[in-house]
Structures are given as C-alpha cells and as structure tokens.
Design a protein around this ligand. Structure first.
Ligand code: ADP
Ligand code: MG
Length: 729
C-alpha cells in the first residue's frame, strides 16, 4: 500500500517539470475569439438582424422565430469557420453543474446528401429528454419533457468543436427547472425598480444592471494522490485524515509566490478563459496550503454567473493537463480554511454610474443612500431567505467555523457610513424642515468621501459587507452556482426599491417636497433595519448573544435553514414579484433537501467502506505484527523478563483493538440508521434525519480512524496523508 503512496508522490513530483507556455499575443488581441459577441454579430449578421437582436437584448424583449432564423444563419457561418461541428444548448439544471447535449450540424438534404444545417429553431428552442434532472416533482406530475430556450443576453461561445448556446430550462408547463430562469426574472425586476428610483435623481437613467464579481477559491491537489483517496474521488472532501504537523499556522502560503506548476496551470487557464471572454483578473495563493483564488473583473450579473460556471468547468479540464485536480468543495480538509466565493454585487446604470458608490454631490449621495438603505432593509427583511440561498452540505462544514461568516446575517457598512446613517436618523424629522436645515443636511450628505474604498475599514468577519462601492456577500460556497444567492438578493432588493418608490411618492402626494420625502423614507428605513447593522467581530461568541437579543435569526442546521425559502415572507416576496410561483419554490427547496440527503448518504457510505475495507484490515495487520513481536520477545526472554522489553507495545495492541471495535460498531449502527432514514418519504424529514442522526457518525468514525493513523506504521497507511495532499505542488 505504502509503496503505491510513495510512487504516487514521486510521480507527482515528476510532473513539476511541466513547461510554462509563453503567451503569443497580447490579451486584448484574442480576448473573446471564441464568443459570438456584438462584434461578431455585427460582422456576421445583416444590419437588420443585428439591430433587432440588440434591441431585444437591451429591452429584454422576446426574439421571434423570423429574427432567430436570421441570427442562426450568421451564427452558423461563424461557427463553421471556427471549426465547430456540433451545437449544444447549455443550461444550469438544479444540480451542481451545467448540462449540455451536443447535436451535430449535419442533416440530409433533399438528395440524401449530408449538409450542415442550423436554423432559428435549433437556436431558439430544444427539447432535451430531461427526465433525469432533479425537478422536485414538477415534471413527474405532468410530462417528462423539458425545454431549453435561448438566452440572447449571454452570448454563444465555442468550446472544443461545439457551439454552446446559453439557455433557460423549463418544464412542459413552463415552470422553471433551472437556476437561470428565475435569475433573469429577478434581474429584469431590479432593473425596473432601480430605474424608477433613479427617476428622482437622474432622468437619463433608463436601464440598471446588477453587477457581480465572484472571487473563486479552490484547492489544487496532485492527481495521483487524489486518485488514491476514495473520499476525495467520491465526495470532493477528505472524510478522514489527521492534521498535518504544519499547515497554515505560519501564514506562509497566503499571497506567497505561486508555485511553478500552479503558475503553468493558471497561465493556460487564463488563455482559455480570455478566449471565452471571461475577464479573469486577480490570482493569488490563499490561506491554506495548496489553496488559491481567481477573481474576474465584474460583469453584468447573468453573464457573470454564466462565466463563473464556465470557468469552473474549464478549470477542471485544464487542471488535468497539469496533473492537478481542482477541489471546489467548501471544506475539503478538516482543521484548515475552506473555500468560499465572495459575491461582490452592485447596481450600475446605463449612464455608467455605480449606484452604490458615493459621489461628490448631495444629489448623487442621496441616490447612493437610497440604494444603500434599501439594500440594508432588504437584507434585514429577508435574512432567512438569503441564508437559505447559500446553505448546502458542503458549505455547512465551513460557515460559522471561525474562518467564514456565521449563519447569522448582518451587514457591515464601515464607520463613515455608520456615522452618516446615525446622523440622518437624528437630524431628519417628519416635521417640515426649515430651508437652512435642509441646506445643511444636503451639504453634509455631500461630504461623504467619494473614495470610500480606502477608507472603509475592512471587516473580514461580516457575512454581508459594504466595501466602498459594492456589497460583498461572503457566505456563498465555492462550489455554488451564484445564481441562487443572486436571484434571492436581487429579488429582495428589487421589492424594497419598489416599496421605497411607493413610500416616497405617497409623501409627495401628501404635499411633502421630493427631497424631504426621500430623506424621511431613508430615515424610516435606517430605523427599521438598524438591527441588521453590525460593525464588530461576527466570529465572536458575544455577537451570537447580541444578535439573539436583536431578534436576528441564527440557523446552524442546513435543513432548517432551507425552510427560509418557504417562510410566509419568502412566499409573499416571490408571489408579489412573480420570480417563482409557489410550486417552483417548493420544488427547488425539495431539490436542495434531496441533494443534502444524498450528499450525506454518499459520505456515510464512503467512510463506511474506507473504515471497513481499508483501515480496519491495515490496523489488524499492524496489530498482528505487534503481537508477533511481543510473542517473539516472550519466547526469547521468558514470561517475566520480556515485560521489561515490550515498552508500550502491549498498550498499543489494546488501543488498536479499542479503535477497531469502536469503528466496527459505529459503522454497523450508522448503516442501521441509514436504513431507517431511507424509508422516510417526506424529503424534509428525511434530510433532517440524515443531518441529525447520520452526519454525526461521520465525525465519530473519523475520530477513531485519525487516532489509528497516528499510531500505525506510516508505510502501511493506505491513504495519502494530509501533509502529502497539502504540500505536494
Ligand atoms: P478583495 O479580495 O479585496 O475583496 P478582489 O480583487 O479579490 O478583492 O475581488 C474583488 C471583486 O469585486 C472583483 O471580482 C471585482 O471585479 C469585484 N467588483 C469591483 N467592483 C464591483 C462592482 N461595482 N460590482 C460588482 N463587483 C465588483
Ligand atoms: Mg473579497
């Protein structure tokens, strides 16, 4: 066994020789070559078709079949020139990844000859046999059919020899079966709501985009070591493993020089990403050994979500070329930092203004404050929904563990903004302000420093932090599809903006002047959402107590946190905004519950098999060696003398027996518990049973295995050790 391990390490080391490709061109020269973007559209489409598509994209209109046919003609010419032979509708089902089904361009013509064909119909709609995607029961009740429909706001791209067309995925009845459908609805909603609010300040604003920049953290593990770990192979995380003597204590990995093999991987990855128009920008070593981060320039939210999943996909492929495996799991290793995906979010107008960036004039700052307080209030009102949008079996291992935000939602705004909000609360009153009071207030509002970026005290412990010109939603897991939290956040803020508009208009109708009405509503929202603001250390115990006093919710259970989707408040939100109907909402909650159950079920099976199939036999073998040794000493020296010579070996034999017995009985109990849980029909109850009764076995069994790892001959241990996994690079 051990021989395999050391061979693996040697093999791993030999890969270090991989050469670094020198980039041949400047990035700007080939950025987006594999994307059917606006430039390509202009070149390959007729003027009429081009203008038609752009109008539909800008105004969010549906593209009719006639127009789709015209676009298809140009897209086909481009794709064939690029060497594509297939096309595929590319979508985000409610699994952890994306889905694609490739069809060749070929068809028979009237003479029975093979020709390339690609029409508006191929482009606009497909009907994949989708019966095996999770639907939360939506499809079973109707038909197995699912439809994919083109999303023209995210441009088609070529990977390998396939033209990929981003699409939504809905059931026969039109219910959403994917992440993109509700996200697009939420984004169009926030566009409208934000434009309406902007009307108070700037009539030139006709469109508002939500923006997203997601910082992707990940681990790189040597491929050969990875394959020797069934837990990594099956669950993406280590279910057993004693801590390495050294890991992140010295903080010597964070931002340190990128290892050569990793650098070669990143460079190749970046070239591929740029070809696909993905603007990856920042790369660095993260806190844990072998942990890294890649962050792109922010983009429009829907495109950024597509780009993030696409990036994750190509990362996995390119890593293999460098004999690495990428781990996106939120907590692949016990005892060291896990991986998240901070979602940096803001709102940007068609006039190029970032609505969450303070300006240099009272007017722009009133606008900024309006958007800021609406976000605060939305996060306060929908804290349970936002939490539901980020919890998962993997993320549960990381959140609340003093390396990532707790499961209590709070917002950090920094002391400057905090002061300003407190001031407004005191100074704005509902009675009519004198002209002097008003002028003074506006002057003060105008004094918010424009460049908050350097002034905002960075609070790394906050789950939702204002970082000078955007909010950073920090709880999102590294493996997550950002669409879920982005859908929740944008819907919640959109609803709040709509309410803001109503509240201000109501005061205006009552005769209050516009500016004063805005100030009054801002003040009201500041008071309403005060409890969500927290500037201190969110990892501390005191915060838990304080949050409880404030009435903020704290739900460490994944299954109970998922209930946040189905609260009366969340149901009302989705119904009012029409982002998800009740059936869709229930269905996707069920999919998440089921996903949770299955993840724990798989982990439980894997640890059971590792325990009985790999650890126990080795433990017994080693124990037998000890017994033979002791027996030999006894034979040699006699029953009294030998005792002086056996050292701790007798105790060790007993200790090994103790752990082996415990492992065997725990695994047997766990299997019985699984049998009981598997009979439960109700998804929520089943998931809860898995969480409360099966998951605890994982750590109990692990405890005994890790103890054995400490005492058994390293040479015999069948699994790569933490120090090998974390320091082979
Ligand atoms: P840090 O680690 O300090 O948070 P990074 O540079 O790693 O900073 O990541 C910051 C992310 O925030 C980048 O993806 C960046 O593009 C994004 N970002 C910056 N401004 C905005 C904005 N207005 N809207 C959305 N994302 C933004
Ligand atoms: Mg960040």
């Amino acid at each position: 066994m051990a021989i395999i391990r050391f061979q693996a390490v040697r093999e791993a080391n030999s890969h270090k020789a991989i050469t670094v490709q020198a980039p041949v061109k400047r990035t700007s020269e080939y950025f987006g070559v594999n994307v059917f973007d606006k430039n390509k559209m202009q070149k390959y489409l007729s003027q009429e078709a081009y203008e038609g598509v752009i109008e539909c994209i800008d105004k969010g209109l549906n593209i009719d079949r006639k127009l789709a046919d015209k676009v298809a003609v140009g897209m086909k010419v481009w794709a064939l020139e690029m060497g594509a032979t297939h096309f595929s509708h590319w979508f985000h089902p409610l699994t952890d990844g994306t889905a694609e089904k490739h069809d060749a361009f070929i068809e028979y013509n009237e003479y029975g000859q093979v020709v390339e064909k690609f029409s508006g119909q191929h482009l606009a709609q497909q009907e994949p046999d989708a019966s095996s995607f999770p639907s939360g029961g939506i499809r079973n009740t109707f038909e197995a059919r699912g439809y994919t429909a083109w999303d023209p706001t995210s441009p088609a791209f070529i990977v390998g020899n396939t033209l990929s067309i981003p699409t939504i995925f809905v059931s026969y009845t039109g219910d959403a079966l994917d992440h993109k459908t509700p996200l697009l609805k939420a984004l169009s909603l926030i566009d409208k709501a934000a434009v309406d609010v902007c009307e108070y300040f700037d009539k030139n604003v006709t469109k508002v985009f939500a923006t997203l920049g997601s910082e992707q953290e990940f681990f790189l593990i040597d491929e050969s070591l990875y394959h020797a770990r069934p837990d990594l192979l099956m669950t993406d995380r280590t279910l057993v493993g004693h801590a390495s003597e050294k890991d992140q204590q010295l903080d010597d990995h964070y931002f340190s020089s990128i290892p050569e093999r990793v650098g070669a991987f990143m460079q190749e990855l970046e070239v591929e990403a740029y070809k696909l128009g993905i603007p990856v920008h920042t790369r660095h070593n993260e806190v844990a050994p072998n942990q890294y981060e890649l962050a792109p320039l922010f983009e429009e939210c829907n495109l950024a979500v597509d780009h993030n999943v696409l990036l994750m996909d190509i990362m996995k492929k390119i890593a293999r070329r460098h004999c690495f495996i990428v781990l996106f799991h939120e907590k692949p290793f016990k005892g060291i930092n896990g991986s998240g995906k901070h979602n940096n979010w803001s709102l940007m107008t068609n006039t190029g203004v970032n609505l969450l960036s303070p300006g240099n004039k009272p007017k722009t700052n009133m606008q900024f404050l309006s958007f800021l307080v609406c976000t605060l209030k939305a996060v306060f009102t929908h804290q349970d929904l936002l939490r539901a949008s980020i919890v998962s079996a993997g993320n549960a291992q990381r959140l609340g563990g003093h390396e990532a935000p707790p499961l209590i939602m709070s917002v950090f705004v920094g002391h400057k903004i905090s002061e300003m909000l407190d001031e407004l609360e005191i100074r704005v009153t509902s009675k009519k302000m004198t002209p002097d009071e008003k002028t003074e207030l506006k002057l003060d509002v105008g004094k918010i420093p424009e460049i908050l970026l350097d002034n905002t005290d960075r609070n790394r412990t906050s789950p939702f932090a204002f970082t000078g010109n955007r909010f950073e939603f920090r709880g999102v897991g590294a493996s997550a599809n950002c669409a879920a939290p982005m859908m929740a956040l944008n819907t919640a803020v959109a609803q709040q903006l709509t309410q803001f508009k109503k509240d201000v208009d109501k005061l205006i109708v009552e005769g209050v002047k516009k500016d004063e009405a805005i100030f009054q509503v801002i003040r009201e929202y500041i008071i309403d959402s005060k409890n969500i603001r927290f500037e201190g250390n969110s990892y501390s115990e005191e915060w838990g107590k304080e949050a409880k006093k404030r009435g903020l919710t704290n739900v460490p259970s994944v299954v109970e946190a998922l209930d946040g989707y189905l609260s009366a408040k969340a149901k009302r939100l989705f119904k009012q905004t029409k982002v998800l109907n009740e059936k869709e909402l229930e269905a996707r909650t069920e999919v998440r519950q089921d996903n949770y159950t299955k993840k724990i079920q798989i982990e439980s099976r894997v640890i059971g098999d590792i325990a009985l199939g790999q650890i126990v036999p080795i433990a017994i073998e080693y124990q037998t060696r000890l017994i033979n040794n002791v027996q030999g000493l006894k034979d040699l020296y006699g029953p009294t003398e030998f005792r002086k010579l056996v050292g701790g070996r007798m105790e060790l034999i007993t200790i090994i027996s103790g752990h082996v017995t415990k492992i065997k009985s725990l695994v047997a109990e766990m299997i019985e518990a699984r049998k009981v849980a598997n009979k439960i029909e109700n998804m929520r109850e089943k998931a809860l049973k898995y969480e409360k009764e099966i998951a605890p076995y994982l750590s109990e069994i692990r405890y005994h295995i890790d103890k054995l790892e400490e005492v058994i001959d390293n040479e015999m241990w069948p699994l790569p050790l933490y120090r090998e996994l974390l320091f082979c690079r």
